[in-house]
Design a protein around this ligand. Structure first.
Ligand code: C5P
Length: 297
């Protein structure tokens, strides 16, 4: 008997970052949109906890207990007094260390899969609590759709979205560490007053209307200067997408994946082709959102 859960990637259409807090985290106003690029986590009973991973980036995925999928299984097992004797297999399609919450997706996926396998009867609220302990982006991977995350980004309010948005994602030749990007944000912010992060009313309105032009005018990412500072070549990828006709270009989360909003699926295909031909990135994918969060298949 095994259980497979499919979990989407995310793009942050707004990432407003406040000053560093005493605990080292930053208060955020983080508007997440789940997009149709997926990891699948399959859990099967085994003699002991074991992780395997397959996919183009599999070599970069840790297969020990630092993996968020393993940590999710261990956290749920500890709460329920269950032996975490399972094999977790991750079929990975979300870029690793890319700013698209691939690790968080695996954490949310493993949690939901183990919950179903062990039939724990955990409430949605308890699963969300465990997600928040695992990482700031993990609760969103569970719920999907679109949401505003405040606090570390883990306190979510679902958002209405009045249409489908079409995206192109350009994956870079190497990853970026999220803590390193936040440290660079702090370094660049030194000596400046950082305003409280707030969600943009125009952006929430654009999402509600499903209006791609209005969304393009409103997207923002306060981590983008820090990501570009650590990875200057990303400027070339953003410029190539802009030249190809993307409505908006931005770094996804802490990067280095770059995201390009387009008007429809046809324009996404054209921008993807131009980005591919530009030679400024490793691979290019198209995906639309919002899509559902972690789902048992
Ligand atoms: O929550 P998570 O473990 O995914 O965060 C990874 C790192 O990103 C944190 O250790 C911290 O350095 C940084 N971070 C932050 N503020 C947030 C979320 C993450 O500084 N709100």
């Amino acid at each position: 008997m095994s259980v497979t859960v499919r979990v989407p990637a995310k793009v942050n259409v707004q990432l407003a970052v406040g000053a560093a807090r005493a605990d080292g985290f930053h208060d955020l106003a983080n508007v997440f949109l789940a997009v149709g690029l997926y990891d699948e986590v399959t859990v099967t009973p085994a003699d002991e906890l074991r992780i395997t991973c397959a996919g183009p980036d599999a070599a970069q995925v840790p297969l020990d207990r630092t993996n968020l999928a393993a940590r999710a299984a261990l956290a749920l097992a500890a709460r329920r007094g269950i032996e975490p004797a399972v094999h977790l297999h991750i079929a990975k399609d979300i870029p690793v260390a890319g700013g698209m919450a691939g690790g968080s997706a695996d954490g949310a996926g493993a949690l939901l899969a183990c919950d179903a396998l062990w039939n724990t009867g955990a409430s949605r609220a308890e699963l969300l609590d465990i997600c928040a302990e695992l990482g700031s982006d993990v609760p969103f991977s569970l719920v999907g759709g679109a949401a505003l995350g405040v606090g570390r980004g883990e306190r979510l309010t679902g958002l209405d979205v009045g249409g489908t948005f079409h995206w192109v994602f350009a994956m870079a030749g190497r990853g970026l560490s999220t803590p390193a990007v936040f440290r660079e944000f702090d370094r660049l912010a030194e000596g400046r007053a950082i305003p409280e992060p707030v969600a943009s009313a125009d952006l929430l309105d654009a999402l509600a209307k499903g209006d791609a032009d209005a969304l393009a005018a409103a997207v923002s990412n306060d981590l983008q200067p820090a990501a570009l500072s650590l990875f200057p070549e990303l400027a070339g990828t953003l410029a190539a997408g802009r030249a190809a006709g993307a409505l908006a270009t931005l770094v996804s989360g802490s990067g280095p994946t770059t995201a390009f909003l387009t008007r429809d699926a046809d324009s996404a295909a054209k921008v993807a082709e131009a980005l591919h031909a530009s030679g400024t990135c490793r691979t290019v994918r198209t995906a639309a959102g919002p899509v559902a969060g972690a789902t048992v298949l």
